[in-house]
Every structure is written in structure tokens, then in C-alpha cells.
Design a protein around this ligand. Structure first.
Ligand code: ZN
Length: 379
């Protein structure tokens, strides 16, 4: 069994240096990057962390330059990636100072330029830090591109605990989602014989449980809570490597999020934070599991699914956590239409050939009866 408590050693197994801020200023990272020309990549929001960081590196005798994307909230699309790619000539290593978007841009552009990358995390907002692929917007579509994993993830709680609450809320949504996707996976294992990786699932489960145990601290953006949350976000990436697929991290709640994303892109609107949409999907998924025991229809595996649902939290509990962190708890709050959300309930399972609670509802005709109730509670 992998050791949850030693995230530094665990990360090392996957070739990642997870290093906490200390008086010695990231000695492992500095030693490894001693001969590199480092480009510190920020946006207008994160330059306040990136600029002093670059100065500090220079103070330790390292070569460091700073590039700030001239936007407050850049998008990981072909335009921004081209802009950053143009800046890579004089460097060997890009250190992104940010969370999802900056990290995605750094992983993708350095992968294609044959350089290394790392991240100084500014928010515990999503679980893509340790993943080897990256979501990008190309020609108006969201696609998953090959990239590389970061070599270093630098963790400073003074920065992470001060991140905007909604970003911590988004990370929390992405982790509470694991209740659903792990159950989707196990359900498919029981009902369809899909292979299930106990090691990956239990590592994710331990990390999830530690977050739940620290939920009060997470809601306060306290150090212990943020530590548990960030560990879980990193472990999500490792669990996917162990499983060989994204089952430990993504189920119906992620399909709902992807479905909505396409709607935002079609309308040319800014996409809400990944974890915000996933958090909403998590509540819907939980509700769908919880009501299985009471549906009149009979279908193969009904008792199994109802039994799996018993150990899941109530969607209202998730709503309480997410709203304490300033996250929306209804789809109407994120700027999608009622019709789109209804359409999502009936069609988002088609996004991927992956059996989830959404597949089950639609396969056995349960959504007809459930849709009004779900819309009532979550739109
Ligand atoms: Zn996610």
C-alpha cells in the first residue's frame, strides 16, 4: 500500500519533486535547476509571487528571467501557448507561478520545446498538477493534448491559504467528486466486470477521507485543510497513473462538466472554474445514487447500486461545504440555461464510453422521472 502520509516520497516515485517552502528556499529544486536557465512564467495576477521568486533565485546564484502573460486571467488556448512558446528560446526550464491554466500552458509548451517545467502552486484549485496530459482550447473546442508532468511542485501555504476562496472551493469540488467517480468505477466493476484497481482506488479514498476529516479547516482555508486538499489533488494524478486510466478521478460528474464546457465554448463565454462545474455535477451524481433505492423500475444490479449509495454523503452536505467556500450550488448561478442542463442530464453520458450512474439512468429509462426532481433541486 502506498504511503499517503509521505507525499514527498510518494511524489518521487512518479518523478516529481514535491517540496514545501522552508527557510532554505526549496533546496532540492535549486540543486536540480542549478545549471538551468529558468523562466518564471506568471500572469498579471500571479506576478506578485513570481517576481520576488525570480529575484530570490538570482540571489542564490541561479539564472532566472521573468515573463508575465499580459492578462489577468489568461486562457489555455493556441494564442496564449504561441505567445509563451516564443519566449522559450533562452531557457531550459519553465516555472509556472499559478494553478490550472498557467500549469497547463507550461506543461504543454515545454513538452513540445523539449524543456522541463515545474510549478509554484498559487491555489489548490484542481487536480491537474501531476497529470501528463493537458486540456487546451483549440479552434473553439476543448481537447486533451499530450504534455509532460511537472518536475517540481513547490508548495507554500502562505500563498495557498491566501488564494481566492472560490479557487479552494473548486479544488474541494474536484476532490469531493471522487466519492462519485470511485463509486461509478466500483459499480461498473460489479455490474459489467470492468477491471478495478484496488490500490489506485484505496489511495484516492484515503486522500479523500483525510480531506473530509479536515473539512472545517478547508472551509477556513487553514493550513491543515489546505495541506490535505493539495495532497489529494496530487494523489489524484498518481492514482490515475496506477490505474492506467482516469477512473479514480473522473466519472459522471466530470462528464456533466465537459458537457457544459462545450456549451460555454459554443457561446464564446468564459468557462467557469473546472472544479466549480464538477462540484455541481457531484451533487447531481450523489442525488442520483441516493434515490436509486426508491425508484419503481427494476433493473439488473439495482440492489448492488443501492448498497453502494448507502456510504455516500448527502448532496446537501456537499452543497454546504461548497457554499462555505463561495462556490455556486445551483447551475443557474453559473450562467447556463435550463434547457442546456436538462439536455446534459439526458445526453452527457454519451461523451465517453464509460459506465457511470448517468449511463445507468439513461440505459434503464430512469432519467424521465428523475429529471424534474434534479432540475428542481440543482437548477
Ligand atoms: Zn477534475
Amino acid at each position: 500500500m502506498k504511503n499517503y502520509d509521505d507525499i514527498v516520497s510518494l511524489s518521487k516515485e512518479y518523478g516529481i519533486n514535491a517540496e514545501y517552502a522552508s527557510d532554505e528556499f526549496y533546496p532540492v529544486f535549486r540543486a536540480a535547476a542549478a545549471d538551468s536557465r529558468i523562466l518564471v512564467l506568471t500572469d498579471e495576477n500571479t506576478v506578485r509571487f513570481g517576481a520576488p521568486f525570480a529575484e530570490k533565485l538570482k540571489g542564490y546564484g541561479l539564472s532566472a528571467a521573468l515573463y508575465t502573460i499580459p492578462e489577468k486571467e489568461p486562457v489555455a488556448d493556441e494564442k496564449t501557448c504561441a505567445l509563451v512558446s516564443d519566449k522559450l528560446d533562452g531557457c531550459d526550464y519553465v516555472l509556472a507561478v499559478g494553478a490550472g491554466t498557467l500549469n497547463d500552458i507550461a506543461k504543454y509548451t515545454t513538452f513540445h520545446a523539449g524543456k522541463k517545467c515545474g510549478v509554484l502552486a498559487t491555489a489548490a484549485s484542481m487536480d491537474g498538477f501531476t497529470s501528463g496530459v493537458t486540456p487546451l482550447i483549440k479552434k473553439g473546442f476543448k481537447i486533451t493534448e499530450n504534455a509532460q508532468t511537472v518536475s517540481d511542485i513547490l508548495i507554500d501555504f502562505d500563498i495557498l491559504c491566501g488564494a481566492p476562496k472560490i479557487m479552494t472551493g473548486a479544488g474541494t469540488g474536484d476532490i469531493l467528486a471522487k466519492f462519485c467517480c470511485l463509486t461509478d468505477w466500483k459499480m461498473s466493476h460489479f455490474l459489467n466486470g470492468e477491471s478495478y484497481n484496488e490500490e489506485a482506488a484505496s489511495l484516492m479514498r484515503v486522500a479523500l477521507d483525510k480531506c473530509v476529516g479536515n473539512i472545517a479547516s478547508i472551509e477556513q482555508c487553514g493550513r491543515e485543510g489546505i495541506d490535505a486538499l493539495l495532497r489529494a489533488l496530487l494523489i489524484s494524478g498518481y492514482a490515475m497513473v496506477i490505474a492506467g486510466n482516469s477512473r479514480p478521478a473522473s466519472g459522471a460528474e466530470h462528464h456533466m462538466s465537459h458537457f457544459l464546457e462545450m456549451d460555454f465554448l459554443r457561446r464564446g463565454e468564459r468557462i467557469p472554474l473546472h472544479g466549480v462545474k464538477v462540484g455541481l455535477g457531484t451533487m447531481v451524481s450523489l442525488k442520483m445514487y441516493k434515490r436509486i433505492a426508491f425508484v419503481p423500475q427494476d433493473f439488473p444490479g439495482k440492489e448492488t447500486v443501492a448498497a453502494l449509495a448507502e456510504s455516500l454523503p448527502e448532496p446537501e452536505w456537499v452543497a454546504g461545504v461548497l457554499s462555505a467556500l463561495g462556490c455556486p450550488t445551483r447551475f443557474s448561478e453559473i450562467g447556463v440555461s435550463r434547457d442546456t442542463v436538462r439536455d446534459m442530464l439526458f445526453n452527457c453520458y454519451k461523451i465517453r464510453d464509460r459506465f457511470t450512474i448517468m449511463t445507468l439512468y439513461n440505459r434503464y429509462g430512469l432519467m424521465k422521472d428523475a429529471a424534474d426532481e434534479l432540475m428542481e433541486q440543482f437548477y
